[in-house]
Design a protein around this ligand. Structure first.
Ligand code: ADP
Ligand code: RBF
Ligand code: MG
Length: 379
């Protein structure tokens, strides 16, 4: 729950978690467990993810061995799991906004500590694949270096001590519930960035819950603001997706008066997990019709509470006919805001029209406009 600004404590340093907060460890762990469990005739269904997020390695392994009734002990599981995991560590990607955050804070001389429930050795290995990260942290500390891991406050207390800071001056950034509890128990201010979708209700003890690192506003905590937003938009590394336009939920035009051209989720499952939900914009190409400005939402559409994460691109042009089946190409170049819920359909529609104006204006800026000519859009 967010506290009123006047009650917020100002922070002078940042204590940050690694797995699920800065890097997407979950993706690689899920891949390994899927294959590993199938050897025992069991199926990894991701349900366990909620139970193991933020746990120490021992707790996570115990949960898996017990819940799947594996015919091996925790030690045996670990001796098989860790070599598989180590071999895949180079494939763990940084989460959107992580690199940007680390560079920003380091560039402004804000002291940073990395405090993780994983072991010190594993932390070092994992971050070695991310250029320049190690040098940005004045302190790195793993759960094998304190007596108890999160949710105990030990890791954060020790990190603060090593930074020579009072815990009350520290801002903790965490994706897991145990991590948030640890931060609060240490006396720090805590921002939660839940790594699992639709779990916001579990994070009531955090001082602020944000959807992704893209939504972090350091100035709220007395830290230097990001300077890369331009005209209410955040430039992102452009990404491209395309495919034939399929039938969506059948309510875009009917319910909102805002048609959105849907792509098959099967064809871009990887992009869908990789990109945080939210409102984005860019360019859309239809081979026989041309290139158009585009604003879209990614996610579960809280107002409609969808069960599936989708991409809903609205082409900013009046078409006289539908174009189902035609090849649609998108280049997504910027971010506007997180998805939100609204008290009424009118307020949702008004917000989407506001997004349209933000996108239309921003796409004329040279740094976004240049993608209009990208051959991907029409070839
Ligand atoms: P669906 O449930 O299939 O997404 P919508 O009511 O959202 O249906 O309408 C989307 C369809 O409308 C698109 O697939 C496309 O064929 C057509 N369409 C017409 N104008 C637009 C536009 N400006 N942006 C996106 N789709 C449009
Ligand atoms: N749905 C929401 O529930 N919350 C939002 O914040 C939201 N933002 C949107 C922004 C844009 C630019 C567009 C095109 C759609 C947005 N919608 C949002 C999605 C809308 O609910 C969706 O298009 C319908 O579900 C139609 O299928
Ligand atoms: Mg649609």
């Amino acid at each position: 729950m967010s506290m009123s600004n006047s009650l917020k404590k100002l922070s002078s340093c940042v204590l940050i978690d690694l797995d699920g907060t800065l890097i997407n460890t979950d993706g690689v762990v899920s891949d390994i467990l899927r294959k590993y469990l199938s050897k025992y005739g069991k199926q990894w269904d991701g349900r366990e993810a909620l139970k193991i997020v933020g746990k120490t390695p021992l707790e996570a392994a115990t949960t898996i061995v017990e819940d799947y009734g594996l015919p091996c002990g925790v030690d045996e599981f670990n001796s098989e799991f860790y070599p598989l995991f180590s071999a895949q560590m180079d494939k763990i990607k940084s989460l959107p906004g992580a690199n940007r955050l680390i560079r920003h804070l380091n560039g402004h001389g804000v002291p940073m500590a990395l405090a993780s429930n994983s072991s010190r050795a594993n932390i070092e290995s994992k971050i070695s694949y991310h250029q320049g990260w190690k040098d940005c942290f004045s302190v790195i500390i793993g759960s094998d270096e304190v007596s108890k891991g999160k949710p105990s406050p030990d890791l954060f207390l020790e990190a603060a001590r090593k930074l020579n800071k009072d815990p009350g001056e520290c801002l903790v950034i965490e994706d897991s519930v145990p991590g948030v509890l640890a931060g609060k128990a240490a006396g720090a201010s805590v921002i939660a960035v839940p790594s699992l979708p639709k779990q916001t209700h579990l994070y009531t003890s955090a001082d602020e819950v944000i959807n992704s690192l893209l939504d972090l506003k350091p100035e709220k905590w007395g830290l230097p603001p990001f300077q890369d937003w331009i005209e209410n938009t955040l430039p992102i590394d452009p990404w491209r997706i395309g495919g034939p336009v399929i039938k969506g939920f059948g309510r875009g035009s009917k319910v909102l008066g805002i048609p959105t051209a849907n792509l098959s989720t099967k064809d871009y499952a990887e992009e869908l997990v990789e990109h945080p939900s939210g409102v984005y914009f860019g360019w859309a190409g239809l081979a026989t019709r041309g290139v158009f400005k585009m604003v879209m939402s990614i996610g579960w559409n809280p107002y409609f509470n969808n069960t599936e994460k989708t991409i809903e691109p609205w082409l900013l042009h009046d078409f006289t006919e539908d174009f189902y089946g035609e090849e649609l190409r998108l280049i997504i170049v910027g971010y506007i805001r997180p998805e939100a819920n609204f008290p009424s359909l009118e307020s949702l529609v008004a917000k989407i029209h506001e997004d349209r104006q933000v996108a239309e204006k921003a796409l004329d800026l040279p740094s976004y406009a240049k993608f209009k000519d990208d051959p991907y859009l029409t070839k």
